[in-house]
Design a protein around this ligand. Structure first.
Ligand SMILES: Nc1ncnc2c1ncn2[C@@H]1O[C@H](COP(=O)(O)OP(=O)(O)OP(=O)(O)O)[C@@H](O)[C@H]1O
Length: 472
């Protein structure tokens, strides 16, 4: 046993004055009076705070007092009839200003009931100074099938902390999915709570416009009910999906959005179908050039695209940074079904090198000069397509494994909600896309064209073509 104990550290000095709260004995009537005043104050505050319940209730009570039971009955009936007329007359404004605000109040109340449990079990609560600090539920807004919940984070938290536990939150709140994205201020996170699924139903083809808007081609329906517009200008598009995921519907949705331009000659489609023309052959008249039977013809076609790219780049150098399609120099879109057949599975080394070189030129230089690629791929691994990074726009449909999601859409996208590996086999055409300026992925379903619809479209907008090197 040591003779003297020495404890290192800073001791808290004893205060020179110690003050103890004095005990004042109060009469019972004063305590009761004070409690009554406090209770009344709480009731008044509660009345105004929960005005959306208290005001209608007071109104109904007053009607009852004034007109007996007919008062509230006719009031409720009158409100119901007015709401129905408003809904039938202008559904959008009824939902926006009538129904969704009421629903949001109710939902806020239900979230609050589960809030503490949800935050603690998801480890989003923080222990500080002997206290448990929770993120603050600030606001709830309702949209079709989705609630937008604004949350003020605890100091030190970031939106990705919520993204990592989004699945846990979804189970706690009993909803389909929760997606976390940065809120309007640095201290907030916006949780998109997805309830119903508007993508269960098949999406019919969108109408064809005479002059396509290359900045916004309508191709799919978003899970928030909006139309997903694909930007083709300035980009190359890669579509990845397991077999049967619906890559064909992505191709035909894009072709349909461009069909008006094909008809007028503003857009030229060049088709490469290494699987023998099974997918693209059905709309053959739409393609200005088409190659499917032998790989040499497909290499020729890609080299022609590369040559055109270089010719345009040389002409436009120093003049403009974005080519504007015209009848003399139309937009060329190379549609490639199963790119891996051209890049990875091809055994002829010489052809493979030719294809790789031509594709490299088109992918790196083509987007500024109006030569675009829309390519499909089943297997997103690096060995299959090393040039994945050359496709700025990537669409991920159903994938076989969870780790493929980040390979296609970019790091962290699965955590942010792109659950491509969970898409059901019974939902072909459903996938995830990254929207411009939005770090969270959006779930979409591409429109579906039947074979007859594709044939009709080809009949209306089809052009003279070159098939496997020969004029049709
Ligand atoms: N958007 C869609 N909506 C509804 N059904 C679809 C959609 N896309 C595809 N399908 C259905 O799913 C089936 C498979 O689609 P598709 O052939 O396009 O898949 P894929 O990804 O191209 O497959 P593979 O790689 O094997 O060719 C189609 O026969 C069609 O019936």
């Amino acid at each position: 046993m040591p003779f003297i104990n020495v404890i290192r550290g800073e001791a808290i000095p004893t205060a020179p004055f110690n003050v103890r709260t004095p005990v004042v004995r109060l009469p019972v009537w004063l305590v009761m009076f004070w409690s009554a005043v406090k209770g009344l104050a709480w009731m008044v505050i509660g009345y105004f705070r929960f005005w959306w319940i208290t005001l209608p209730s007071s109104g109904l009570l007053w009607m009852y007092a004034a007109f007996d039971w007919q008062g509230p009955t006719f009031t409720v009936l009158g409100v119901a009839v007015a709401a129905t007329i408003w809904n039938l007359g202008n559904r959008a404004s009824f939902l926006r200003f009538g129904w969704y605000p009421i629903l949001a109040r109710f939902r806020r109340w239900t979230y609050r009931r589960h809030w503490q449990a949800a935050m603690v079990t998801a480890k989003l609560s923080v222990s500080y100074d002997g206290q448990t600090v929770l993120p603050v539920l600030q606001r709830v807004r309702c949209r079709p099938g989705t609630d937008l919940v604004l949350v003020r984070m605890v100091t030190g938290q970031i939106p990705d902390d919520f993204g990592h536990v989004s699945e846990r939150l979804a189970h706690t709140f009993g909803v389909r999915q929760v997606k976390a994205m940065p809120g309007p201020t640095f201290s907030t996170v916006l949780l998109a709570v997805l309830r119903g699924d508007p993508l269960v139903k098949l999406v019919p083809p969108f109408p064809v416009t005479g002059v396509p808007d290359f900045m916004a081609l309508p191709v799919a329906r978003q899970e928030d009910g909006e139309v997903f517009d694909l930007r083709l200008f300035g980009t190359q598009v890669l579509v990845v999906g397991a077999t049967g995921a619906g890559k064909g519907s992505v191709i035909w949705s894009i072709v349909r959005a461009l069909a008006g331009g094909v008809g007028t000659g503003l857009v030229r489609l060049w088709g490469l179908d290494p699987k023998g023309g099974m997918e693209l052959g059905i709309g053959l008249p739409l393609f200005d050039r088409f190659a499917s039977k032998d790989f040499a013809a497909q290499a020729d076609l890609l080299e022609a695209a590369a040559a055109e790219t270089q010719r345009r780049a040389a002409r436009l150098m120093g003049r403009t940074r974005q080519h504007v399609p015209s009848l003399g120099e139309p937009l060329i879109v190379l549609v490639i079904d199963e790119l891996a057949n051209l890049t990875a599975y091809l055994t002829d080394r010489h052809l493979k090198d030719r294809i790789k070189a031509a594709l490299g030129i088109v992918l790196t230089q083509g987007r500024a000069v109006g030569v675009h690629v829309v390519a499909c791929l089943q297997d997103p691994r690096k060995e299959v397509l090393p040039a994945r990074g050359l496709f700025p726009t990537r669409i991920a449909l159903r994938l076989s494994e969870s780790n493929e999601v980040d390979l296609v859409l970019g790091d962290g996208m699965r955590d942010r909600g792109a659950l491509c590996d969970r898409i059901s086999e019974t939902a072909p055409g459903v996938g995830y896309v990254a929207l411009d300026g939005d770090p969270t992925p959006m779930r979409v379903r591409f429109s579906y064209l039947t074979d007859d619809e594709i044939r009709d479209m080809a009949d209306i907008y089809g052009r003279v073509q070159v098939i496997d090197g020969d004029a049709a």
